[in-house]
Design a protein around this ligand. Structure first.
Ligand code: NCD
Length: 312
C-alpha cells in the first residue's frame, strides 16, 4: 500500500499505483459499510478536524461519518467566508489547531492553494476537501470508484465531463485522475466555461454537447458555479443553458446505451440536468457516488493515518 505524501492535497502528481491502491482500499470499505460493520479501533485516539471555510453538505458529512466509522474523535469547525482574511487568519487558525494536536485536518477553502499552505504550517496530515477552482481529490476518487464498479475498469472509457468546467475543482481532479488511469476524457461546455489551459490538460474539447456525448461511457454533469463567476455573465440564462448544455433524454440517447450519469451535487435540476435523468433508476448513479464518498474518505484517512507518528 503506497502513498507518496503525508497529505492528500491534489490528484495531480499521483501515479497509477497510488490511485489503484486507494480505490482498492475504498472498495473494501464500501463492502464493510454495506455489511453494517465498523472498524472503530483503527483511528482510536486520533483527532480529525473538519475545517470548512465554504458551504458543504455531502463532503463535510461524509468526512465526519468516515472518521467516526474508523473511531476518530471528529470535530467540525465551520468558518463563515465573510470573516476570513485569507493568509493571516489561516495561519492563525493553523497554530490554534496545532496546539490542539490534531492528527488529520480536512480543509475546504475558497482560495486555491489554501490546503497546501496550511500543510506547511501544521503537524497534522492535511486533506484537501476542495480549494477554489483547483482540486477536490476525494471527489475524483469517489467518482472513479463508482465508475469502476459499473464498468469494471477506467482504462479506455470515454468520459464526457459537461458544463462549467472552468470553475470546477471537481472537473480538474477528475481530468487528472481519469487521464492518469488511461480513460479518454472529453470536456463539453460553452466556450466561456472551457478553461484556458484545456490543451495542457490532455483532454478533447467540445462546445457542441451532442458531439461531445457521442458514444460516451460516462456522462458527468457539473453545476454552474455562479459564485466563482466574477463578472457574472458567462452564460445567457438558465433556460438557454439547459437548451444547449442541459442533460435530457434526447441528448443522453447519443451516449452509449449502457452509459451512466453522474453529478457531484449539489444539483440544479432543470439547469444542467433534467429531473427525470437525475432520478433515472438504471442510468443515474448519483446516489451511489454519495455512498462511495464515505468509503473513499475512510480509505484516505486510513492510508494517511498509517504515516502518522503513533504518539504525538
Ligand atoms: C462540489 C464542490 O464543492 O466542489 N460539491 C461537492 O463537493 N460534492 C461541486 C459543486 O459545488 O458544484
Amino acid at each position: 500500500m503506497s502513498h507518496p505524501s503525508k497529505h492528500l492535497l491534489a490528484i495531480e502528481g499521483l501515479e497509477p499505483p497510488h490511485i489503484a491502491d486507494l480505490l482498492d482500499l475504498a472498495e473494501s470499505y464500501a463492502l464493510l459499510n454495506r455489511s453494517g460493520k465498523t472498524q472503530r479501533d483503527l483511528l482510536k485516539g486520533r483527532t480529525l478536524i473538519n475545517l470548512f471555510f465554504e458551504d458543504s453538505t455531502r463532503t463535510r458529512t461524509s468526512f465526519e461519518l468516515a472518521g467516526k466509522r474508523l473511531g476518530a474523535d471528529v470535530i467540525n469547525m465551520s468558518v463563515s467566508t465573510s470573516s476570513v482574511n485569507k493568509g493571516e487568519t489561516l495561519l492563525d487558525t493553523a497554530s490554534t489547531l496545532n496546539a490542539m494536536q490534531c492528527d488529520l485536518l480536512v480543509i475546504r477553502h475558497a482560495q486555491s492553494g489554501a490546503p497546501a499552505l496550511l500543510s506547511q504550517k501544521v503537524d497534522a496530515a492535511v486533506i484537501n476537501a476542495g480549494d477554489g477552482t483547483h482540486e477536490h481529490p476525494t471527489q475524483a476518487l469517489l467518482d472513479a470508484l463508482t465508475i469502476r464498479r459499473h464498468k469494471g475498469r477506467l482504462e479506455g472509457l470515454i468520459v464526457a465531463i459537461c458544463g462549467d468546467i472552468a470553475h470546477s475543482r471537481v472537473a480538474r481532479s477528475n481530468i487528472h485522475l481519469l487521464g492518469t488511469m488511461g480513460a479518454r476524457v472529453r470536456i463539453v461546455g460553452p466556450p466561456t466555461l472551457i478553461p484556458a489551459d484545456a490543451a495542457r490538460l490532455g483532454v478533447e474539447v467540445f462546445t457542441d454537447m451532442r458531439a461531445g456525448l457521442k458514444d460516451a461511457d460516462v456522462v458527468m454533469m457539473l453545476r454552474l458555479q455562479r459564485e466563482r463567476m466574477a463578472a457574472g455573465g458567462l452564460v445567457p440564462s438558465a433556460r438557454e443553458f439547459f437548451r444547449f448544455y442541459g442533460l435530457d433524454a434526447e441528448k443522453l440517447a447519443l451516449a452509449k446505451p449502457d452509459s451512466i450519469v453522474m453529478h457531484p451535487g449539489p444539483m440544479n435540476r432543470g439547469v444542467e440536468i433534467d429531473s427525470a435523468i437525475a432520478d433515472h433508476p438504471t442510468r443515474s448513479v448519483i446516489g451511489e457516488q454519495v455512498e462511495m464518498g464515505v468509503a473513499c474518505r475512510m480509505a484516505v484517512l486510513d492510508i494517511l493515518a498509517r504515516r502518522l507518528p503513533r504518539n504525538r
